[in-house]
Design a protein around this ligand. Sequence first.
Ligand code: FAD
Ligand code: NAP
Length: 547
Amino acid sequence: MSDVPSKPMPGGEAGSALDAVIVGAGFAGLYMLHRLRGLGFSARVYEAASGVGGTWFWNRYPGARCDVESMQYSYSFSAELEQEWQWSERYASQPEILRYLNHVAERFDLKRDIQFETRVTAATFDEIANRWTIQTDRGDRVSAKFCIMATGCLSAAKVPDFRALETFQGKWYRTGHWPHEGVDFTGQRVGVIGTGSSGIQSIPIIAGQASHLFVFQRTPNFSVPAHNGPLSPDVIQDWREHRAEYRHRDRTSAFGIHIEQNTKSALEVSSEERQSQYEKRWERGGFSLVGAFADLILNKEANDTAAEFVRSQIRAIVRDPAVAETLAPRDFPLATKRICVDTGYYATFNHDNVTLIDARATPIEEITATGLRTSKAEYTLDSIVFATGFDAMTGALCNIDIRGRAGAALKERWSGGPRTYLGIMVAGFPNLFTITGPGSPSVLSNMVLSIEQHVDWIADCLAYLREHRIANIEATVNAENEWGAHVNQVANFTLFPQANSWYMGANIPGKPRVFMPYIGGVGVYRQKCDEIAADGYEGFALSPPGS
Ligand code: FAD
Ligand code: NAP
């Protein structure tokens, strides 16, 4: 395969033929570049941001940190990297994760093959040349044998669609596009719209600065305490000694993280035992609650016991009973939307300078010059924070004009919901890969672990194609249909489809309601992917050159 000079220049012509173009320089794009280089492929990354980091470049809002523990939410591919990098907290903050990703980029000398501030606008498959042409907003037109989308599941932040936003005379911000210089809300009247993980992480910090904070909550979420704090030397030492064992444990688990999983049903134990399990796990913090019983995401009655436990915790923390009731989630089963992991969220509503507004009972009608108006009242605000989420999983892909065989557009192919084989490839789009694409565990897992699994699978696949002189790999329609049916079947076996979640596309008006991630578990999924590769890429059509 070709060898291409590094140091890409913006606006370059397609004369330079690359083996692969990678779109995105977050966890996925960085590791993909590293793997391809190691195999001797030429690759170039295009990244819209001015630096590496993806999620951790863009989401600089106050309080942003991971909800998977730092030791697990990090690359495992290099033992040396793991030994030399030391996380400071149980849940690392956004600045620390961004420093880590910059360290990785520098340590493995990745930046020389990344073209920043360049958005890929189109990718077109040329059936005669058997190559992809990738176009960017800087005028690049580059030809590559493989096109690898590392565009992220949560990178297309929703644009606020509130009426009359343009008339607002104060400042407004999106959590997913936070200003690099930071924002000081001291002395301001601030409105936060949205109470997903981003809202829940930022609200306590903004409340600490603002003269008054108004939280506009449409749907309350389940949130559990992080109990964040410095990582003790013992924990660090233990991880260092057992990293291989712990990484193996996580790779073969359900969600790619270590949760002590109880194998009993919530309904088979006494109410005292149930309460004691829940309390123990609330004390432990993080996602541990989800493992309290084996049937929490399978059986509504079992789930209700855990949901009621969280509601009782909210009532115990929040002093005003009416506010506690408004904060108590009732619309969907626990864990069928990603559980939020917070620091002091519910207690924030005990502060005199914080007001909770039920934006379902009294919807936001419009933004005004001086603030916003709900169906009941008008609020004067200096700043508004939109923590309103993302066009998840398909948004970043559909924002690119991706055309496969016969000029077919991916966006149209997915008009009824995304269709993929393993979440890695799409029928009719040869040699195009999607890292953590819809139909893979992706957002239902520790994403760094799932990213590494996809990157390794794709890298091994490209090496196999080269070794066997295969020009094209493409998912068959049959395999895609069967995989789609399997993804649905497994989802329908759980309570997940009962929630109006972004997993279902329910947060974007008009988006088809399809459960997008694969809930079969990362261990099971990895095994399937490995078996398929070992069977000569079963379900994929492989074609020799010239066919
Ligand atoms: P991203 O980090 O999203 O990177 C994709 C990159 O592609 C972006 O930089 C984007 O600019 C670029 N891009 C997209 N389209 C184009 C284009 N057309 N042209 C050029 N560039 C493009 N997951 C967890 O497992 N645990 C967590 O604790 C966790 N915390 C999170 C916190 C926040 C605030 C958010 C929003 C998400 C969180 N996630 C978490 C999910 C997180 O997105 C993943 O863990 C991970 O960072 C994704 O890495 P990625 O490289 O796949 O995608
Ligand atoms: P989100 O979970 O989709 O939450 C968006 C919030 O905005 C919801 O409360 C939603 O209410 C509200 N909203 C949207 N449009 C609205 C409108 N027009 N009027 C009023 N309210 C509106 O988005 P997110 O908080 O950014 O989180 C997305 C995902 O990113 C998370 O689930 C998680 O996977 C990841 N993340 C993780 C962390 C972490 O802890 N590490 C932090 C941030 C994000 P409705 O529910 O009623 O629609």
